[in-house]
Each structure stands twice: as C-alpha cells, then as structure tokens.
Design a protein around this ligand. Structure first.
Ligand code: ZN
Length: 497
C-alpha cells in the first residue's frame, strides 16, 4: 500500500505541475503576452493538454486510482477525498472517445473565433451552425458523463456538483415572482442622474485606489498580485500565488473599483484554504457557485452596502477630490446602487443581474431538451428580455451574441452565478445572528466578517460538496428566500417603494 500511495503522490504532483504550467500560460496570454504569441502558445498548450489527458486516462493510472479507491476506507480522509474528486473528474474523460474529445476541442477553438467575428459583425447566422454543433456535442457529453440523468441535469452537475433542475427550477421560478415586480416598480420611477460617475478619473490614480481597496480588504500582497486584462479574472496556483486582474476605464471608475473587490473576494477564498490541502485537488474552491458566493459577498453585500460607504467615501474623496466635490456618502451609496435594467449581463446592477441568468437558464434548458432550436433562440431571447427586464433588444450583438460561454462549450455554467449570490445572502443572514455586520463594517472591522467566512467556508477548500458546506456553515439547507428578501429589502429602501 505504501508504494501505491507513493505512486499516487507522483501522479497528483505531476498533474499539479502540468496544470500549474498551463495556468501560467493562460495568465500570460491574458495579460502581458503580445497578440502575435497566440498561435504558438495554443500549440504548446494543446501538447500539454494532451499529456494531461493521457496521464489521467492511461491504463496504469486507471488501475492505480481504482485500486486505491476500492481500499479507500483504510486511507486517511484527505486521500479519500482526493480519490473521490479524481474519480469525478474522470467520469467524462474515461467514457468519451479520444477522437471525439479532440474534435470537440477543435470545434470550440474555431467557435470562439467565429463568435468573436459574428459579434463584431452583428451576424447571428454566422455563429448559428457552431452553436448547433456545440449543443449536439453537449448532449453527447451529458450522456458520457451521466447516462442515467436528463441531459441538462448532467451538464448542470458538471459545473455545480449536487445541483439539478429540481433545485434550480423553484429557485428561478421564485426569482421571477419576487424580483421582476420590484424591478418593474423601480423602472417606472424617473432614472436618477449621477453626473460625477461619468467624469474622467485618471487611470494612474485609479491604480492607487486599487491598492487602497486591496489593503482595506486585508489582501496579503506578498501572495496576491494585481495586473490588467481585457476582462477581469482571478487565477491561482496555490494559496501563496493568487493573481487578480482588472480593467480601467477613465469614464467609469466604478467598473474597476468593483472588479478589484470582486476578484479580491475570489482571491480571499483561495488564500484561506487550509495548508494541508495545498498541492492536492482539494485546494481550490468547492465549486463555481461557492466561488461566486465569496466574490459577490465582497462586491455586493459588503462593497455596495451603506455601511461600507463610510470607509469607501473618504478614500475616494482623498484620491479624487475634484470629481467628488459635493458628493455625500448617501449620494455615493445611491449612485453605486443605481438600478437600470439593461441589455448586457456584465454591466447589470445587483438587482437585475440574476434575471439575466434566469433568461439564460430557461433558454439553455430548452435548447438541450429540444423544445427550442437555434433558429428560434434569438427571438425567444428578445421576448424574455422584454418580459423580465422590460427592454427591447435592438441587435444580436447586445442580445444572444453577447457572452462567450456557449462558444466555449459552457452550457450549464450560467446558473452558478445566481446561485453564488443566493449562497452569499444566506451566509449574511447567518452571520448577522452572531454579530452585527453593518456595525463591524462601519467600525472598520471587516476582519470579523473575513474570519467568519474563513472558518466556515474558505478553510475547507473542496473537502466537502457545496451543499454540505452551506448546511454546515448556515446550520440549514440552501434556502434562496434569504436572497430575495435581501434584494427586496435593500432596493425597496433605496427607491422608497
Ligand atoms: Zn467571479
């Protein structure tokens, strides 16, 4: 057994190292690498990807993993969990023929290029055949992954273990019933104007703001760096090497401000994972939804709260005295919580954000079940935007072609964004039972919130499934009602309805 465990350690260390290398290459490509480097990088990356695939699926690795998995009850808890997670990640790979896997990867590579051109040209017809093929492939993938499940259920589980339509259907139904009417009421009121938001904020000074915000959050800069990219993201290789990115816009300073807080929340999660899980597949957030719960907790629940304005307002006034002339804490709060139903998901406010996800959930579900085909999809997309957000979609670019997810093969991913927000609201309710979080924020004791999240969420990494982490942290099952109440209370108060 001793020797077999050593072999397993060599296997997991090799996988870690190869993924580390891939991660650095992706980060490099998204940040400082020159544009012309893309082809060569993609060539090297496909070699490494193939090595990973072969290493994981080789008969000797399979034999080793199966041998240890059968004997798992005699192994320590960490190895047991590592084996469970590796078995799960193999569920698709070992059933999918290598040639189909390679063909699918090359379809996705092409689809992303075509999507980007189609979006620019506002030409849905150009992307449609790719979308159709991706949907067909995803149905096959679902059958390889979990033939016993409904295809969309299988896909949902690949992005959020333990979640299915049986969980998401009531969640999104209630969201529609409880959030759409509030949004309509707010939309009927005249849209307030906050001129200072569109004033120029120098990018050099915005960089100073990023540093001050990271300090305020308590992000350890020896383990977390910040740089710029087209779209903000976080990547991490272990708890001592986290990298967040942002994008500065001179006339939209709040965009980078909240990107830094959001990505900082992702980094906080990874930095808080127990040392004993590092370099295993347990290091890393429990799921996409759990990760979003942390980034959105910092971004929205803390970062857009009234209490946080007492910390944020003096910092912004200090760095941008001209632009902030006459802007009170109250005005800043209202401006940063402006509700404005829009066409674009990534520009959405906190209240309407999840409705963009609801629309994608309904469409994905119907595309996979066959109730909707790719010809009718844009019309249905536009109809749902009118029904839920009250907006008319003028073109494909700001409609069905806006997100890269489907072009990248990710069907079933979107719902995790809304789920993360709902997880966060439930954590907030639980936290407020043991201390007053608004009071702590006002008194600059954000560390107390961080400690709660660390102890109840971060430290576990992927040691438990997301549903279990929620029930351990909140002492009850996942309940999205906290989220709807949180949104309704907050925005009905701001808009006095
Ligand atoms: Zn995120």
């Amino acid at each position: 057994m001793e020797n077999r465990l050593k072999e397993f350690k060599t296997l997991t260390d090799t996988l870690y190292a190869k993924n580390h290398l891939l991660g650095v290459m992706i980060f490099d490509g998204e940040t400082i690498a020159p544009i012309a480097s893309a082809d060569a990088r993609s060539k090297s990356m496909s070699v490494i990807n193939e090595e990973i695939f072969k290493l994981l699926t080789s008969p000797s690795s399979q034999e080793l993993i199966n041998y240890l998995y059968e004997k798992r009850s005699s192994l320590d808890e960490i190895t047991q969990r590592e084996l469970t997670l590796i078995k799960r990640s193999l569920k698709l790979l070992k059933n999918m023929p290598m040639n189909e896997y390679v063909e699918y990867q090359s379809l996705l590579n092409k689809a992303q290029v075509v999507w980007s051109q189609a979006k620019k040209a506002n030409d849905y017809e150009m992307f449609k055949p790719y979308l159709e093929k991706i949907i067909e492939y995803n149905k096959k993938i679902a059958a390889y992954y979990a033939p016993e499940k409904e295809p969309y259920d299988a896909l949902l589980e690949m992005y959020e273990y333990g979640m299915s339509m049986a969980d998401y259907d009531p969640f999104f139904d209630e969201m529609q019933k409880q959030i759409v009417p509030t949004l309509k009421e707010i939309s009927n009121k005249p849209l307030p104007e906050y001129k200072f938001l569109s004033m120029p904020f120098s990018i050099e000074k915005q960089k100073i703001l990023s540093d001050r915000i990271m300090d305020l959050m308590g992000l350890d800069r020896t383990c977390c760096s910040i740089t710029e990219s087209e779209h903000p993201f976080t990547t991490g290789f272990n708890k001592w090497d986290l990298r967040i990115t942002t994008h500065y816009y001179e006339n939209m300073f709040e965009s980078s401000l909240y990107s830094v807080i959001h990505e900082g929340g992702h980094a906080m999660y990874e930095m808080g994972i127990d040392d004993k899980y590092q370099f295993t597949n347990i290091a890393g957030g429990a799921s996409l939804g759990m990760h979003e719960s942390q980034s959105r907790f910092y971004e929205n629940i803390i970062g857009r709260s009234k209490a946080f304005m007492s910390l944020l307002h003096p910092i912004i006034c200090d760095i941008f005295p001209e632009q902030m002339k006459g802007v009170s804490e109250e005005t800043l709060y209202k401006a940063l919580n402006l509700v404005h139903p829009s066409l674009i998901r990534i520009e959405a406010d906190e209240l309407s954000y999840s409705l963009h996800i609801l629309i994608r959930y309904e469409i994905e579900k119907m595309l996979i079940s066959g109730e909707l085909n790719v010809d009718e999809a844009p019309k249905y997309w536009n109809k749902l935007y009118k029904d839920y957000l009250g907006v008319d979609v003028p073109d494909y670019r700001s409609g069905i072609l806006q997100d890269i997810h489907w072009a990248g093969g990710s069907i079933g991913y979107f719902p995790t964004y809304a789920l993360g927000s709902a997880y966060g609201a439930q954590m907030l309710a639980k936290m407020n039972e043991s201390f007053d979080i608004n009071k702590d924020i006002t008194e600059n004791k954000i560390q107390n919130i961080h400690k709660w999240l660390n102890k109840n969420i971060h430290v576990h990494g992927s040691m438990y499934d997301p549903k279990k982490i929620i029930s351990m942290a909140c002492k009850e099952e996942f309940n999205p009602q906290y989220y709807f109440d949180y949104l309704n209370n907050k925005f009905k108060d701001i808009y006095e309805i």
